[in-house]
Design a protein around this ligand. Structure first.
Ligand SMILES: Cc1ncc(COP(=O)(O)O)c(C=O)c1O
Length: 372
């Protein structure tokens, strides 16, 4: 089956009781037991699981070619449950340019969980090999990365990890399973902030982890979610499930529009650099061509000058909204260092853009007048 078809039908079987085509939203927090005290229909309490969440999990597993998926209240809840479920004493290799929240988890929480971390430029495979130790249980990467759009070779990293008995986890939030399916490339785990493209409308927060196998780490993460409670609510699960139905169609336009914006910016005299893997000049272009079916809707660029010049551009946009986050239908622009706050290591002249579904000519002319 093609991706578009799977994304529409997985987890979307007509309701057995009523025949409804849209999946029912089960808000119940608790479920009836039988006379013997058992739960023959599989549900007992909402923090354990509920039917709307189960539909979303089967849809996510299907679109990521995974055996199982777990959904959470946010991307960070998903990442924390997963990382906190590694055996104490584990070492994790992390990208030096990951989503800043991951760096903060490693710095602030790893010591409490008895984990250690090495931060590495993940596109440098020799550096990754050199960072591996006998205690390394997880190699983590993010491709394209946030906010520099760095591309790393998933298949090569999967081999490096498995050669040393570790697993590879990929934050696939920017690419989505519509464009990149890490498990098909050899990865063991995929993380999504479903707040972004999977939800798709800037109106729901959620996270998900897809697992190649229902293995020990899956069971430990499920246990962590059950006990620490970072589970996705039924309504949020329902909204993400709805978003997945249109994911393939939306991603086509996100990619087309981002291409138009990136090629205008690349030629603009006020732009020092554009980070977009779809540009043939981008250092990640060749690998991205191999492992992605298109290049996505996210890009970042550096304005000539510094903080003031970059902020002046965001102050002038009229269609593109000044806000953080990504993956919704509307285009957003942000001064990334301001959003990341005091621990940011992002260049002061860097702007990140989530290219939305508006007409590309309107986005290009809005940026041109803002840069003028
Ligand atoms: C690449 C990436 N991973 C993870 C997250 C965290 O997701 P959430 O905000 O849903 O917790 C984000 C959020 O921006 C992200 O961009």
């Amino acid at each position: 089956m093609h991706f578009e078809t799977t994304a529409i039908h997985a987890g979307n079987e007509p309701d057995e009781e009523t025949g409804s085509i849209a999946p029912p939203l089960h808000l119940s927090t608790t479920f009836e037991r039988d006379e013997s005290g058992a739960t023959p229909r599989g549900y007992s309490y909402v923090r354990d699981g509920n039917p709307t969440q189960s539909r979303l999990e089967s849809a996510l597993a299907a679109i990521d070619s995974a055996e199982a998926a777990l959904v959470f209240a946010s991307g960070m809840a998903a990442a924390s449950a997963l990382l906190g479920s590694l055996p104490p004493g584990s070492h994790v290799v992390l990208p030096d340019d990951s989503y800043y929240g991951m760096r903060i988890i490693a710095n602030d929480f790893f010591p409490r969980w008895n984990l250690t971390a090495s931060f590495v430029a993940m596109h440098d495979l020799d550096a990754v090999r050199a960072a591996m130790t006998d205690a390394t249980r997880l190699v983590w990467c993010e491709t394209p990365s946030n906010p520099l759009m760095t591309i790393v070779d998933i298949a090569a990293l999967a081999k490096i990890a498995s050669d040393r008995g570790a697993v590879l986890g990929v934050d696939g939030t920017f690419a989505t399973p519509a464009l990149q399916r890490p498990i098909e490339l050899g990865a063991d785990i995929v993380l999504h902030s479903t707040t972004k493209y999977l939800g798709g409308h800037s109106d729901v927060q959620g996270g998900a982890v897809a697992f190649k196998k229902r293995d020990e780490l899956f069971e430990a993460t499920l246990h962590a979610r059950h006990i620490t409670g970072g589970v996705a609510s039924p309504f949020n699960s329902w909204l993400v499930l709805r978003g997945i139905r249109t994911l393939a169609a939306r991603m086509r336009i996100h990619c087309e529009n981002a291409r138009a914006v990136a090629s205008m910016l690349e030629k603009h005299p006020r732009v020092e650099a554009v980070h977009y893997p779809g540009l043939p000049s981008d250092p990640g272009h060749e690998i991205a061509k191999r492992q992605m079916s298109d290049f996505g809707g996210m890009l970042s660029f550096r304005v000539r000058g510094g903080r003031a010049e970059a902020l002046a551009v965001t102050a002038k946009t009229q269609v593109i909204v000044r806000a953080t986050s990504l993956g919704g239908v509307e285009s957003l622009i942000e001064h990334r260092a301001s959003s990341e706050g005091p621990t940011s290591r992002t260049a002061e002249n860097l702007l990140r853009m989530s290219v939305g579904l508006e007409h590309p000519d309107d986005l290009v002319s809005d940026l041109q007048q803002a840069l003028a």
